[in-house]
Every structure is written in C-alpha cells, then in structure tokens.
Design a protein around this ligand. Structure first.
Ligand SMILES: Nc1ncnc2c1ncn2[C@@H]1O[C@H](COP(=O)(O)OP(=O)(O)O)[C@@H](O)[C@H]1O
Ligand code: SF4
Ligand SMILES: [Mg+2]
Length: 331
C-alpha cells in the first residue's frame, strides 16, 4: 500500500519512446526520470525537438499508435503505462488538465467556448444539469479573468483574441479541478505582455488551487520565476535537473550554461548574448556518446564513446563527463 503523503504526484522512471519500425525506428525519448510533488511546479526546458512534448504526450496516451513506450509513469501512485483507454479518458480532463501552445487547435471552431466547457464539465459529472454547468462555466471564465464572462461564454473561439483564448483553454483545463496541470509552451504563441499575464494567471491558480504543474518551455527565462524544479532536456534525455535557483546559479552542464548565456538578465545586463552554435541532432543522426558533443566547447574523446549518466554534481544533477570538474561559477 502506497503512503499517500509521501507518494509523488507524478513519478516517471526510465521512460522510453520510439517511432517507426525496423531500420526506420528512432528513439525520441531515451530513458527519462522525473518526479513532481503535489502543488509543485516542474519546468521542462530545451530547444525544439528535444522531446518535451513527446514525454508528456506519452504519459497522457496521446501519441500515435505507431509509437512504442516503455518504462513507468505513476500518477498519485497509479501506473499509467498500459492503462486502458477508458480509464485514461477518465483521468484526462478530470484529475489531469492540459494546456497547449495553440488554443485554436484545442477548441472546436463550430461550438461556442461555453458549449465546450459545459461539455467538459458534464463529461466528468453526468449529474450536472446544463444550467448548472453553464453557471459554473461563467464562474470559470471569471476565475481566469475573462471580462464580461456571461456574454463571452456564448462566443466562438475565433471571436476571442489569442490571450483570451489561452485563458479560456486554462478555464477548460481547470474545470474539473485537476491536481496536475500540464502546460506545453502555454505562452509561446503570445506577445510578451500577454505572456506575462498568462504566467501571472498560472501562478495565481497554482497558489489558489494548490495545483501541481509541469511547465514545458523552450525558454529558460519562463521557468525562472514560475517553477520550483527544472529539468533541462536535450535530444531525448534529461541532461541536468535540480531546484531552479540551483540550476541557474550552479549549473554543471555546458548545454544549460549555453541556454543561460543566451538569457539577457543573467548575462550581466549589457554584455553580448552568447547563443549556442549549431542545431540539435535529428533522431536518426544522433551522434554516439553525448548527443551535445558536436556543439560543445568542452568536448573530449570520452564524450564520443560514452553517454554521460545523470549524476549528482554539487547541488544539481548533471549528465556530463566533466560535471565534477567544471568550474561552478562559469555559468
Ligand atoms: N508522431 C511522431 N512521429 C515521429 N517522430 C515524432 C513524432 N512526434 C515527435 N517526433 C519526434 O520526436 C522528437 C521530439 O519531439 P517533441 O517532443 O515534439 O519536441 P519538443 O521538445 O519540441 O516538444 C522530434 O525529433 C520529433 O520530430
Ligand atoms: S559530456 Fe562532453 S560533449 Fe557532453 S556536455 Fe559534457 S563535455 Fe560536452
Ligand atoms: Mg513541443
């Protein structure tokens, strides 16, 4: 019997995902371990293609049937890998909510925002009348600071601005009071001012509802103020993780340091921004050993021969052969 107090909200162990078959098979996720406690925010950061979305889609059973998944994903102690489709449908949209980058694709264009949130509410509580669900929907729209919610509830997705649509998607995601919210690039499609407003909203919901959150972003700056823990992904692996302040101050991984070097605030204000040169490898051209090697200024022979394991390095965990020797203060 699991101890509910000490059971993490989400525990991912050795998650592996591959696409394709035979010679065409490629590993998108190569053994990811992650853990999140109730009420905490875990930021997952990495460039496009590093496997952030596939990790979360795997746990939500939203990958195409051509994918192969192994490992373990426990949500409140319950194993999700291998769970039946009907059980998973019950979890999605009730105890686990999701927010995506593009709310337009999440909403059906021919139904009003209200109809869709009412449907989401009634799907998980058949005893709720339409009238009660509509009232609850208006409350939800107000909760995410949509002005005139009693009027806007009857509008269609295209009548909402990008920021308002994102708020509506958040309202739908929290409609059934989930304990876990997965937010995949929730602000990427929005302009900077609206991004900040949406991040403030997520922060407020987290405090009010004590919701645990996985916040996926390609922007390390987004997690700085919003997350407790951060995991940095590169080419299907976690290459560094730890408490946000520790990773920002005491990173022992050249990739994380590269990401930090391209953040204006942390670069000492006026200094030049240092971008990481080159591109991440594609799944089928991943170099042997450390996948970051072709772009790494610290690479040595061993980097081509062995995949570095994620091991404690100072106050963080880092997957670099030289994480023990990298000077702490170079980040
Ligand atoms: N359905 C799919 N079939 C084949 N490859 C996929 C599929 N979905 C994602 N991938 C590949 O998996 C890798 C990780 O993708 P993804 O998780 O979407 O990256 P990101 O970190 O940008 O969210 C990418 O190389 C992507 O091309
Ligand atoms: S293992 Fe080698 S190539 Fe990889 S990040 Fe460390 S130094 Fe660079
Ligand atoms: Mg993605």
């Amino acid at each position: 019997m699991q101890d509910p107090v000490n059971t993490p909200l989400l525990e991912i162990r050795d998650l592996r995902v591959s696409f394709g078959t035979g010679d065409d098979a490629a590993d998108a996720i190569c053994g990811v371990d992650l853990s999140l406690n109730a009420g905490e925010v875990l930021g997952i950061v990495g460039e496009s293609g590093s496997g952030k979305s596939v990790t979360m889609m795997a746990l939500m059973h939203l990958l195409p049937s051509s994918s192969r998944i192994s490992g373990s994903v426990r949500f409140q102690g319950q194993e999700l890998v291998g769970m039946s489709a009907s059980e998973m449908t019950k979890l999605r949209g009730s105890r686990i909510g999701m927010i995506f980058q593009d709310p337009l694709t999440a909403f059906n264009p021919v139904l009003t925002i209200g109809q869709q949130i009412v449907e989401a509410l009634r799907l998980h509580d058949r005893s709720l009348s339409r009238k009660a669900a509509l009232n609850r929907t208006i409350e939800l729209l107000a909760e995410v600071s949509i002005p005139q919610p009693d009027r806007r509830v009857h509008q269609y997705p295209h009548e909402f601005s990008g920021g308002m649509r994102q708020r509506a998607m958040i309202a739908m995601a929290i409609a059934n009071r989930p304990v876990l919210l997965i937010a995949d690039e929730p602000t990427t499609a929005l302009d900077v001012t609206v991004q900040a407003q949406i991040m403030d909203l997520l922060q407020k919901l987290r405090e009010d509802l004590k919701i645990g959150m996985v916040l996926i972003t390609h922007d390390l700056g987004v997690v700085a103020g919003a997350a407790d823990q951060v995991a940095v992904m590169y080419s299907g692996r976690i290459v560094e993780r730890g408490a946000v302040r520790d990773v920002f101050r005491h990173s022992r991984h050249p990739y994380t340091r590269g990401l930090l070097g391209s953040l204006p605030k942390l670069n000492g204000g006026g200094g030049p921004l240092v971008a990481i040169e080159g591109m991440p490898p594609s799944l089928r051209n991943r170099p042997p050993g450390c996948a970051f090697r072709p772009r790494c200024l610290s690479a040595a022979c061993i980097c081509a021969a062995e995949v570095p394991a994620l091991l404690p390095a100072g106050v963080v965990e880092s997957a670099c052969h030289f994480s023990q020797t990298l000077a702490e203060n170079a980040a």
